[in-house]
Design a protein around this ligand. Structure first.
Ligand code: HEC
Ligand code: HEC
Ligand code: HEC
Ligand code: HEC
Length: 506
């Protein structure tokens, strides 16, 4: 009662003042909240293009004028300072890490030079620098076909549009040296008018067509992986196309299906080989980087998680949401790449990945050693008078076993993307390599050749390259001359061309 009495005694104007003050505060807070959210909305939805982006515009910096957040994050693919246990964005000399590969690829370019990949920013530079493209001093020189540019640059769809697909693939690699200068970029994945995701590479569209599928019907979520499947896949150069005789036409070997056995069956049926092994004379297959094929069927693909979900997570900065275009190892950004779905600590998540990789790589190494032995033993058999007939079955087994090894090794993320399938592939490779070696042992005894055959001395990359007789000093000095003389010429021509292309500002 006393309380009531005191409050009743309070002067009425104070009550009114408190009331008015409260109303004012609520109003101010409301205004503040609404301007903040309006700013957000403005940033997200009001898109004012600064420049007109022409069809097939290959220059990423031009697109960057309109989309600075995506462009700036994309430029980070230049970085080279992150290493996870097995991958990362620093260039790793794989032949140094694992000299057995030199012997496995004897007679083929990969035995000269093979690095674990870097970010997209480096694609053009790295293909110029690798010893595999050698030192072509004229447009018609060199070991590699024009097709080798296909996954490096948005200049590729531009040129295909100008000259036609077959003409693009025709001829030698050096032919396009001055044409292709912009690293992988916006036009590879986006439509310039709508910014929708777009497939710019015909090989993927054609592979779908041959399987009776229409890629334009892919869902939005599927497209978030299919843009990667333009390049991160197994492929070969088909020289037998009736409409492109003798041209190295880029083709995906998916007609019988997309698992490793179906791909091998495809290659066997058309009698395709990438090269003949220098030691064992096996008609070999080189697996490229079947990231997309091996990802399919993995836990995440089965649950509808796309490549972009882990490699291009959403970011939020100053109220603006955008897709991170810093394509890289997700282990360099676990918070955005994994923890949006998994609540475990960064440390645990990293450990999951490493555990899987450790197990796969342990078995893969065993298969490698077995394959080195098989090649060396097969050479020993030839040297001791083995016949084609006696060797035929053995070589087929070596061909299949090594393709399985390569298929498991060449996709750098596969040990995580689909560990179970990769282990299955490796174990079936081990079985085939084992059978080849049993047959070889029997044959060597029959031929009266010495057995066992000693394992070669290939402790280092240099040892291994010496063992197969590669003239490394010569290859390197030729390359240097090419880099010093030819590449600057290419760049000069490209600058002259691009300076003619006007950019229209609004
Ligand atoms: C036009 C071809 C092309 C497309 C499209 C493409 N990539 Fe790549 N990617 C490459 C090449 C080539 C490299 C190796 C570059 C180098 O080492 O110079 C690479 C490298 C990478 C790397 C390794 C980066 C590092 O830091 O080591 C990752 C991760 C990657 N790509 C993921 C993707 C994902 C995910 C997509 C789809 C959203 C995609 N890529 C689309 C061609 C492509
Ligand atoms: C390897 C393929 C790839 C490349 C190269 C690429 N993007 Fe994207 N981009 C994507 C994907 C995937 C998305 C997410 C699309 C979705 O889910 O709708 C995306 C989304 C976008 C968006 C929509 C807004 C957003 O942030 O989600 C813009 C704008 C964009 N990219 C601009 C660019 C620009 C500019 C470049 C060149 C510097 C570029 N992209 C290069 C794959 C790519
Ligand atoms: C868009 C959601 C999503 C993202 C992003 C994601 N995951 Fe997953 N992950 C799943 C789903 C769904 C499963 C299936 C099991 C489940 O339901 O928990 C799964 C399962 C797993 C498993 C167990 C299954 C297996 O294959 O062994 C591991 C390990 C895993 N994720 C690791 C990762 C890592 C590492 C990242 C980041 C690079 C990541 N995930 C990103 C959704 C996601
Ligand atoms: C669930 C998340 C997830 C999905 C989905 C996913 N990746 Fe990965 N990816 C990873 C992880 C984790 C690694 C291992 C990174 C490491 O070892 O540093 C990896 C590694 C890679 C690498 C090697 C990276 C390097 O540093 O060299 C490439 C290339 C790659 N992935 C491409 C792809 C492509 C293409 C797809 C779709 C077909 C895909 N990834 C789908 C999580 C994912």
């Amino acid at each position: 009662m006393e309380n009531n009495a005191t409050s009743e005694k309070r002067k009425p104007w104070i009550n009114w003042a408190i009331f008015a003050l409260t109303v004012l505060m609520v109003f101010i807070l409301g205004m503040l909240a609404s301007t903040i959210s309006e700013r957000r909305v403005e940033k997200e939805y009001i898109y004012k293009p600064r420049v007109q982006i022409n069809d097939w515009e290959p220059r990423n910096e031009v697109w960057g004028e309109n989309f600075p957040a995506e462009y700036d994050s994309y430029l980070k693919t230049r970085e080279g300072d992150f290493r996870s246990k097995y991958n990362g964005n620093a260039m790793i000399d794989m032949l140094e890490v694992d000299p057995r590969m030199v012997v496995l690829w004897a007679g083929y370019g990969f035995s000269k030079d093979y690095n674990q990949g870097r970010g997209h920013y480096w694609a053009v530079e790295d293909v110029r620098n690798t010893l595999r493209t050698a030192a072509p001093m004229k447009p018609g020189d060199g070991p590699m076909p024009a097709t080798c540019w296909t996954c490096k640059s948005p200049d590729v769809p531009r040129l295909m549009n100008e000259m036609g697909i077959t003409e693009f693939y025709r001829g030698k690699w050096a032919k396009h040296g001055a044409d292709i200068v912009n690293h992988i970029g916006c036009a590879d994945c986006h439509d310039n008018q709508t910014m929708d995701l777009r497939i710019s590479r015909p090989a993927l569209i054609e592979a779908f067509e041959r399987q009776g599928k229409d890629i334009t019907r892919a869902t939005h979520q599927e497209m978030r992986s299919l843009v990667c499947a333009q390049c991160h896949v197994e492929y070969y150069f088909n020289k037998q196309r009736p409409d492109a005789e003798g041209v190295n036409y880029l083709t995906f070997p998916w007609d019988k299906g997309m698992n490793v056995e179906q791909i091998i069956a495809y290659y066997d049926e058309i009698n395709f080989s990438d090269w003949t092994h220098q030691l064992s004379k096996t008609p070999m297959l080189k697996a490229q980087h079947p990231d997309y094929e091996t990802y399919l069927g993995g836990t995440h693909a089965e649950r509808g998680v796309a490549c972009a979900d882990c490699h291009m997570p959403y970011m939020s900065e100053g109220g603006q949401k955008y897709t991170d275009h810093h394509l890289q190892s997700p282990l360099n950004n676990i918070a955005n790449s994994c923890q949006v779905c998994h609540r475990e600590s960064e440390e645990n998540i990293r450990k999951w990945v490493y555990d899987k990789q450790d197990k796969v790589i342990q078995q893969r190494d065993e298969l490698e050693k077995m394959l080195v032995r098989a090649h060396v033993e097969a050479k020993h058999a030839w040297d001791n008078g083995a016949t084609d007939d006696q060797m035929k079955n053995i070589l087929t087994r070596i061909r299949h076993a090594q393709f399985k090894w390569d298929y498991a090794a060449a996709g750098h993320g596969a040990a995580f993307h689909n560990s179970l399938e990769i282990l299955r592939i490796i174990s079936s490779g081990l079985q085939e390599a084992q059978e080849a070696r049993i047959e070889l042992a029997t044959l060597l005894v029959k031929l009266g050749a010495g057995y066992p055959v000693p394992y070669p001395d290939i402790e280092t990359k240099a040892d291994a390259q010496k063992y197969i007789g590669l003239p490394m000093d010569q290859l390197k000095s030729e390359k240097k001359e090419f880099i010093d003389k030819i590449v600057p010429e290419w760049i000069k021509q490209a600058q002259a061309r691009e300076s003619q292309w006007q950019v229209k500002y609004y």
